[in-house]
Design a protein around this ligand. Structure first.
Ligand SMILES: Cc1ncc(COP(=O)(O)O)c(C=O)c1O
Length: 339
């Protein structure tokens, strides 16, 4: 199958860029030093490639991701790096034979984990990002509470997500060290041997985490590409140009319209990028853009659009096509979607 035969919008992953990204990360953080976050791609076939690169413990954001990873035989060591108040489905994942650890940051989440049949937890510590996590000084108390409920406390997690896109690498490293000092103190109070933190933006500068939870590195997006990391943009959204402004018109600038928009692109990090063009705006099913070379793009042409944010983009699609140039090598279901 060629990409020209695919219906658009279609998510494409370049096999060479993907392999470069997986190999680069595996060299920097081999084996269990990386706990890949599957929320970035929501695809067990891609997780299988990460496992083949040596990483057999995974991070998830939803119960659905935990269930899907376990069902795919990738449940050796799954962390739900997120709070849940009803852990019964996680208990069922434990019963299926997978190793399940869940983040807790309150008495309520501790009680839910114990009641749901989860046996292992990490204390989630707020290191400066508003979503989730107890105060660092409260981590020891939460750990004690968890142990009193019969839960094994493996250690702490703390995600410095507000630092991932800090443009200056030295500043990113300095701020990460500040956040991780908070996490290290909490880890001393909590006990256990896991300090789980970090992401694609801080994987190389986080000196405290025993494991890094990076997810975006495998596919990348334009927001991350701007930070100078050694990972390549592997993910594009194949689009078809469905309309073009009349080329001879004096009152209309030469724009064209492709069939990808808000319903197929995560937009919270801004507009997508069309190489060789200026994107004007996206609407529900359209991206309107002006090619640098006016008249070079015609109705029916295919363009590869680069998303600004990988996670919410992938979550809008049912499948990913692994491609080598214009050849479709494999088609993978985005099977970890939903909740
Ligand atoms: C708790 C947690 N850990 C790790 C990550 C992975 O970050 P990235 O996709 O930047 O690698 C995220 C992403 O938001 C996250 O929420």
């Amino acid at each position: 199958v060629r990409t020209s035969e695919l219906q658009t919008p279609a998510l494409l992953v370049d096999v060479h860029d993907l392999e470069h990204n997986l190999a680069t990360m595996a060299a920097a953080l081999p084996g269990a030093r990386l706990r890949p976050h599957v929320k970035a791609h929501k695809c067990t076939e891609l997780a299988r490639r990460q496992a083949a690169a040596g990483h057999r413990s995974f991070t998830c954001a939803t119960i659905r991701e935990m269930e899907g990873m376990a069902a795919a035989g990738l449940g050796e060591d799954l962390l739900l790096a997120n709070e849940v108040l009803d852990a019964r489905r996680l208990g069922a994942v434990v019963d299926s034979g997978a190793r399940v650890t869940v983040a807790v940051d309150s008495a309520e989440t501790v009680r839910a984990a114990a009641a749901g049949g989860v046996r292992e937890v990490l204390v989630d510590v707020n290191v400066g990002l508003p979503p989730c996590g107890c105060a660092p000084a409260d981590a020891g108390r939460i750990a004690g509470l968890a142990r009193s409920h019969g839960l094994a406390v493996r250690g702490v997690m703390g995600y410095e997500g507000h630092l991932m896109l800090v443009a200056d690498p030295a500043e990113r490293a300095r701020l990460t060290a500040e956040c991780m000092a908070l996490l290290a103190r909490a880890a001393a109070d909590v006990g256990g041997d896991v300090v789980s933190a970090g992401g694609t933006g801080t994987y190389a500068v986080n000196q405290v985490a025993t494991e890094i939870q990076a997810g975006s590195y495998a596919l990348m997006d334009t927001a991350y590409a701007a930070t100078g990391l050694p990972f390549r943009p592997a993910l594009t959204l194949l689009a078809t140009v469905v309309s073009a402004a009349p080329p001879a018109s004096e009152i209309q600038p030469p724009w064209v319209v492709a069939d990808v928009g808000l319903k197929s692109l995560g937009m919270d990090h801004g507009n997508p990028t069309v190489p060789g063009a200026t994107v004007w705006f996206c609407s529900d099913e359209h991206t309107t853009f002006a090619p640098d070379d006016s008249g070079s793009v015609r109705v029916g042409d295919r363009v590869r659009v680069l998303p600004a944010h990988v996670d919410p983009t992938v979550a809008l699609h049912e499948r990913i096509h692994l491609v080598d140039g214009d050849e479709v090598l494999e088609t993978w279901p985005v099977d970890l979607r939903g909740w």
